[in-house]
Design a protein around this ligand. Structure first.
Ligand code: C2E
Ligand code: CA
Ligand code: CA
Length: 348
């Protein structure tokens, strides 16, 4: 759409708001209310460009940004957007390269039973060893991998490598792999899990998958069916970052989870904030009611650990007890336990 003449920024914004208001009205088809959302990108002459095709290109960049920011909105083009797109393309290219060149690595963070202080499992966390940028943390590249579909390939690598590495441990501990919510929206997860298990000969009873609550929300019946198929292999399912999403009683009732991992944001408030203690206590109670193991994530202080023990939380994970570590270091720690002693017990 071309808006001619003295179109000031407030006037354009007003026009966009009206357009959104109109397109957002529900349309009734076959008894269902269908709601259409619209995204708009705006480029202006003469400040952005004067050439028609260039204006179209820039408005497209702004449109892309509007869609990425959650749709149903308008965005004015800004010069730094073009720069960000170039950076993103470059990042995507190096991510593909990273897969080819085996630049990924796993670190392991153990999880401990609070009553016995013994290790129960370890979580695989991915790291990208970039040849010039050094170690890149998952928060910096997983979202892009999800957007570009590369997450499936990364996940395949993580599942396979985690199974292979866990086979080399001196004790057959359980281990968990993080699965992106995105993987629940496309086919292939079940096959990837099966392939990793059969290629490595891993006992599926040792494998746990951590999935966030949003994973199941896209299409609950399909997600539920997939979860049952995964469980039929013998693996366990954990809800990751519990409490940050739409967690409800209904959610725990609908999906076949074996455990919940209580998000770090709740643990940070322990033990002083009354509210945090109460929430944590309630979630632990909820876990017991549903026969789910409850793991507290991100335990950083002794006071938090003591409070969690007092609240009879099942398991804990966090920098206080053990930070994520390389496979070599993890094996060393497991092997250091005196013979006849339990595998690895954190000190009092
Ligand atoms: P997450 O699954 O919630 O993992 C826990 C994160 O908290 C990890 O960060 C871990 O290093 C960090 N952490 C552990 N204990 C503490 C603590 O006491 N204090 C603090 N402040 N942090 C702690 P990391 O490794 O950077 O991973 C970030 C997120 O990236 C993970 O969050 C997970 O969602 C995602 N991720 C990691 N590896 C993978 C993977 O292989 N596949 C997928 N799809 N996502 C992954
Ligand atoms: Ca996790
Ligand atoms: Ca988590």
């Amino acid at each position: 759409m071309i808006v001619a003449e003295h179109a000031t920024t407030p006037l354009i914004a007003e026009l966009c708001a009206r357009l959104l208001g109109e397109t957002g009205r529900p349309i009734r088809i076959d008894g269902h209310d269908i709601v259409v959302s619209a995204s708009m990108g705006i480029a202006r002459a003469p400040q952005d460009a004067c050439d028609a095709s260039e204006l179209l290109r820039l408005s497209d960049i702004a449109l892309y940004r509007a869609k990425n920011a959650g749709r149903n909105r308008w965005v004015f083009y800004r010069p730094e957007m073009a720069e960000q797109i170039v950076q993103r393309r470059e990042m995507e290219r190096s991510l593909r390269e990273a897969l080819k060149q085996q630049q990924f690595q796993l670190v392991w963070q153990p999880r401990f039973h609070l009553k016995s202080r013994q290790i129960v499992a370890a979580e695989a966390l991915i790291r990208w060893q970039h040849p010039s940028l050094g170690t890149i943390m998952p928060d910096q590249f997983i979202p892009l991998a999800e957007e570009t579909g590369l997450i499936d390939h990364i996940s395949q690598w993580v599942l396979h490598t985690a199974c292979a590495e866990a086979l080399a441990w001196p004790q057959p501990l359980a281990f968990s792999v993080n699965i992106s919510a995105q993987e629940f929206h496309t086919d292939g997860l079940l096959d990837r899990v099966k392939a990793a298990i059969s290629a490595t000969g891993m006992d599926p009873l040792r494998l746990e998958l951590e999935v966030t609550e949003s994973a199941a929300l896209w299409s609950p019946p399909e997600s539920q069916a997939l979860m049952y198929q995964l469980k039929a292999l013998g693996i366990r399912l954990l809800v990751d970052d519990f409490g940050t999403g739409y967690s409800s009683l209904n959610y725990l009732r609908t999906f076949p989870f074996d455990g919940i991992k209580l998000d770090r944001s709740f643990i940070t408030g322990l033990p002083d904030t009354g509210n945090a203690s109460l929430i944590v206590e309630n979630i632990i109670g909820l876990g017991k009611a549903f026969s789910l193991s409850v793991t507290a994530e991100g335990v950083e202080t002794h006071a938090q650990l003591d409070k969690l023990t007092a609240l009879r939380c099942d398991e804990a994970q966090g920098y206080l007890i053990a930070k994520p570590m390389s496979q070599a270091r993890f094996i060393r720690q497991l092997s250091e336990a005196p013979s006849g002693e339990p595998a690895w017990q954190y000190p009092l």
